[in-house]
Design a protein around this ligand. Structure first.
Ligand SMILES: [Zn+2]
Length: 299
């Protein structure tokens, strides 16, 4: 190293340790650390430092430091902050940004405990779903992948910005398609009660003659009330399909419909789960699975 280059280097105020046996150079800063300490936290350091004579005299002195390329000094400081405080994490609060850096460098230096530390602590933060998804895939945190995919699916499509679209890429297609599917199912569910209704006979207190009127009243009750609940123009007012039956039950029984027959019709819909009640959950789950598969195959 030339004298000029040397003169612009600075020793790190904290991490140039008295008893250190390894000098590292990151950008324009020199660090003196313990080989055994770094090797304890990083497979990369362990293998590089463990090769006898493999790196010549690099790291022996300020004049011949072991240089870490493509690492920013500020980032390396945070990674060292983690190493030196990892046994007292409760006393040291890393910011979200610091945790990302610790995660990236731990990945680069093959530090399993660093990755685990960062992931455990990032889990406490409210990450944007796209970031959560890509980190979840990369570091195999299934819970993150699932949560992020759920967030994507639950996001109202109209709330996505141009920037969201750019970042989401193909995911935006999946979200759009699944939301379309949902909208179609909501519309067809609004058209009328499920067709099983003709097979439900008169309840006690009703007669076969009067029951024709029950069926008609039930049909028009459904087409009058359900679209309001499922297709409200203000998306904040839209009911999740699972709650529609409770909403219908809470309304006054329309004239011409025997209350006991209405209860039987509502029960009938409840038992018709996969066709009517749970399509929403089903479409959401399918969307989540599709997003996860897409990410896994493109990662
Ligand atoms: Zn009836």
């Amino acid at each position: 190293m030339s004298k000029d280059a040397c003169s612009s280097l600075q020793r790190h105020p904290t991490y140039y340790l008295e008893g250190g046996d390894l000098v590292l150079k990151v950008e324009n800063t020199l660090y003196r650390l313990l080989r055994s300490h770094l090797a304890l936290h990083s497979v990369t350091f362990k293998s590089v430092l463990g090769i006898p004579g493999g790196k010549g005299s690099d790291g022996q002195s300020d004049e011949s430091p072991l240089e870490l390329f493509q690492v920013k000094e500020s980032d390396f400081n945070w990674w060292l902050d983690w190493i030196f405080h990892s046994s007292a994490t409760q006393l040291y609060n890393f910011s979200e940004q610091q945790l990302y850096v610790i995660l990236q460098l731990s990945d680069k230096f093959q530090s399993e405990d660093g990755i685990k530390f960062a992931i455990d602590h990032l889990a406490l933060h409210n990450m944007p779903p796209l970031l959560r998804m890509s980190l979840g895939i990369k570091y195999r945190v299934q819970e993150w992948v699932r949560t992020a995919a759920n967030q994507f699916m639950r996001q109202p499509v109209g709330s996505l910005s141009v920037e969201d679209f750019r970042q989401l890429g193909d995911i935006a297609h999946i979200i759009y398609r699944r939301h379309d599917e949902l909208e179609d199912r909501r519309k067809s569910a609004s058209l009328g009660p499920p067709s099983f209704r003709t097979s439900i006979g008169p309840a006690s207190g009703c007669t076969p003659e009067a029951h024709t009127s029950c069926h008609n009243a039930w049909g028009s009750f459904w087409t009058r009330q359900v679209p309001k609940l499922l297709l409200h123009p203000d998306k904040g007012q839209v009911k999740v399909f699972d709650t529609v039956l409770d909403a219908l039950e809470a309304l006054a029984c329309p004239s011409g419909l025997n209350p006991a027959c209405r209860a039987a019709f509502l029960d009938g819909v409840r038992h018709f789960k996969y066709e009517v009640l749970h399509f929403e959950t089903y479409i959401m789950q399918e969307g989540v699975a599709e997003i996860i598969t897409h990410f896994a195959t493109s990662a």
